[in-house]
Design a protein around this ligand. Sequence first.
Ligand code: PLP
Length: 507
Amino acid sequence: MRSYDLTERLLTELQRPDGPHALAPLNRRLYHVLRETILAGHLEAGTRLPSTRALACELALSRNTVMSAISQLVAEGYLSAQQGSGTYVSDTLPDQRPLTPPASAAKRAPAADNPRDLSDRGALLTRHSGSQDYEVQPFAPGALDFADFPIQLWQKLQTKYWRSLDRNLLDYGQEGGYMPLREAIARYLTLSRSVRVTPAQVLITTGTQQAIDLAARLLTDHGDEAWIENPSYWGARRALEAAGLRLRPIAVDAEGIAPREAEWHTRPRLIYVTPSHQYPLGHVMSLQRRRALLEFAAQRRCWIFEDDYDSEFRYSGRPFASLQGLDAHAQVLYSGTFSKAMYPGIRLGYLVVPPDLLAAFNTGLYDLYRPGQLMLQAALTDFITEGHLQTMVRRLRVTYQARRDALARSLVQALGARVRISGQDSGLHLCLVFTDDAVDDEAVAAACAAHRLFVRPLSRYYLGAPHQRGLVIGYAYVPIERITPWARRLGEVVRAAVDAANGAAAA
Ligand SMILES: Cc1ncc(COP(=O)(O)O)c(C=O)c1O
C-alpha cells in the first residue's frame, strides 16, 4: 500500500462514526486502525511508515497522538523502529489471526484479542487522571483545610449512635437514606436555596458523582446526547462518558451556559450545569439564561442536572436561588454535597428528584449501589439539627474569604493586566484567565509546580480546543499566615512564565 493509500484508509476509518472504536480516544482509534490494516495484510512486512510528523499533518492529529499509537504498536511488535531510519512493519507479527471479527463480535474486538486490554470505555475513562495529580497541595483546586474540623464533636456524635445499639442502623439504607437526614436537608434547601422539595424527594447519595451516575443511567440510553458546559468539571464528564453519552460541549460566557443558535436546535437528553458557580470559571447563570434553558428543556422534553456543589460559600452579593426552584415542569434534578462543608471523604450528598421519578430512583439507588452508612447519616443529622454545621460553615466562610482576599490581592499586584480574575465571589477556588490566550497554561502550571505551587491549567477543563487559557487556583487549603507569601511567589512565577512565553512569541 502506498503512503497516499494508507493515509486515505486511515482517514476513512478514523472518521467512521459507527466503527467499533468510535468512542475511544484518538490515539487508541489510530492504534486500532493501523493494527487492523497490518493484520489484514494491507501493509506488507518491511513497509516503511511515513514519519510521525507527516502522518500527524496528513491526518490532522497532534504528533503526540500519532506517537502514542505508533509506540504502542512498536511495543506490541507490529512495527519496529530503527533509530534514524524510520518505522517499519515487522516481519513477524505477534498475532496472525484474521482481524475482521464476526459482526456480533465487532464491538468486543480489543477484549477478544487480548483479554487483559482495557475496554474502549475503560481506556476512554482512564486516559488521564482528573484529580490524582496533586489533590492536597497548596493552591490545588478542591484541596480543603481540615485544621479546625471539630473532630471530637464529630466522634462523639458517631459514638452516640454506635452506643445506642440500634441494629436497624446496620442495614442498607432503604427508601433513599435516613429519613431524619432527608428532612433536615429538605428544610435547609427550602430556606436557603429556594428548592421546591419534600423530604421524600431527597435521596441520600455518596456524593455528586453517584448522583450524576444514577441520573445518567436512569434517564438516558447509550449513545444519547448530553450537553455539558465547556469548560466543565472533569468528574461530571467521566460519569456521563461512563454512561455512554455523546457529549456536546457548550460554551460558557459571563451569563453561564451559552448555546449557539444551531445548538438550540439539537436534542440533548440531559443537560449538566453548575448555575450557582460555573465550574471552573465561576460565573453565576443569569436569570434570563435560566429561563431560556428551562423553556428549552420543556420544549425538548430533556432533563437538567443542576450541580450545586459549593453554594454554602458565598462571600459577596446575594446568593442566587436554585434553578430547580424556578422550574415549573419538574424537569430539574438538583444535587448537593457534603464534600465541601464537611469533608470530601464523608462521601455523602443528596439528589432531589421530581416526584414522578421517585419510585424509579429509589429502586435504582438501592439496586445499583447498595447504599448504607446509616450510622454516619444519623450523626450528620445531629450535626445539622444541633446547629454545628451552620456554625462551622459561618466560621469557614470568614476563614476562606480572608484567604481569597489575600490571594486575589497578591495576584493582581503581581500580574496586573496580564490576567483577569473570574469567579471569586463564591466557592473555594478562583480562575485566573490569561489576557493573551496564546500563553501555554500547561507550561505555566508546570513552572509553578517546580516551585511546589500546584495549580491546574484552565485548558485541561475543556473538551476539545480551549477557548481561553489560564489557571484554576484553590485557596481553601493554604493557612492564612502562609497565603500572602505563597501567593506572592505564585504571582512572581506566573508573571515570569507568562512574560517568557510572550517574549518567545515576539522573538
Ligand atoms: C463541580 C463539582 N461538583 C461536585 C463536586 C463534588 O463531588 P462529590 O460530591 O462527588 O465529592 C466537585 C468537587 O470538587 C465539583 O468541583
